[in-house]
Design a protein around this ligand. Sequence first.
Ligand code: MF3
Ligand code: CO
Length: 259
Amino acid sequence: MIAIRTKREIELLRAANVIVADVLVSLAEKVEPGVTTIELDILADRLIREAGGVPSFKGYHGYPNSTCISVDEVIIHGIPGKRALKEGEIVSIDVGVNYKGYFGDAALSVPCGNVDAKRRRLMEVTERALANGLAAARAGNYLRDVSRAIQQTVEPAGFTIVKNFVGHGIGTEMHEDPQIPNFDTGDRGPRLKEGMVMAIEPMVNLGTERVKLLKDGWTATTADGAPSAHFEHSIVVRDGLPEILSMSPRRSWGLPSAA
Ligand code: MF3
Ligand code: CO
């Protein structure tokens, strides 16, 4: 069952997601060599609470922190800790907020200092995959159209799609129906309707698509140690079109390119 949200609910979801976006931008601005991932997490926890939200990752199935900070070969669910960022790494930041019972979720990848051309391209393609995926989230389309738009952006560029993790509906819980694969499963899935709210989140690898789960039970890395990127937005289908909820006035990502 995919929830259809009312106007009032959409405004609460927007409030939650605007907090998420703003915190993501603040963290992205702090990324530089020497900064530890726990420092970023502590800042996020404070900013979320100051904005009137509650970090939704903390305590979720026992997850210990307010953010996931996934560095370079870490795909997602990197647990913040003593790891210090190094020049040339991709830093993927994922933030979730509960605001008055409504959930926000978004993520972005940023370079730490100067990164090599292949990492830069990996981030560009992943961000474009998100842009193309959400552009396909129109009323009347099938969920499969979103998945295909992502796949058709990533694979011709020579990168691989992580299959073990998916995007998701979001609303009064962080994870709701439907699951949103970043590739065509062969199933056309539900038709998208006015008022549906979804978190679309391609995870893209430079090398193998295979995933390794670390012994902490959370950290998902690439099996070959090659880098990975992750961009996520929460959107609502409104007036038939995708409207991004996780927007910050300071910086935006995953938008359709102008050209
Ligand atoms: N944005 C991620 C997701 O949708 C982050 C969840 S981290 C967790 O699954 F710790 F809360 F699980
Ligand atoms: Co998510």
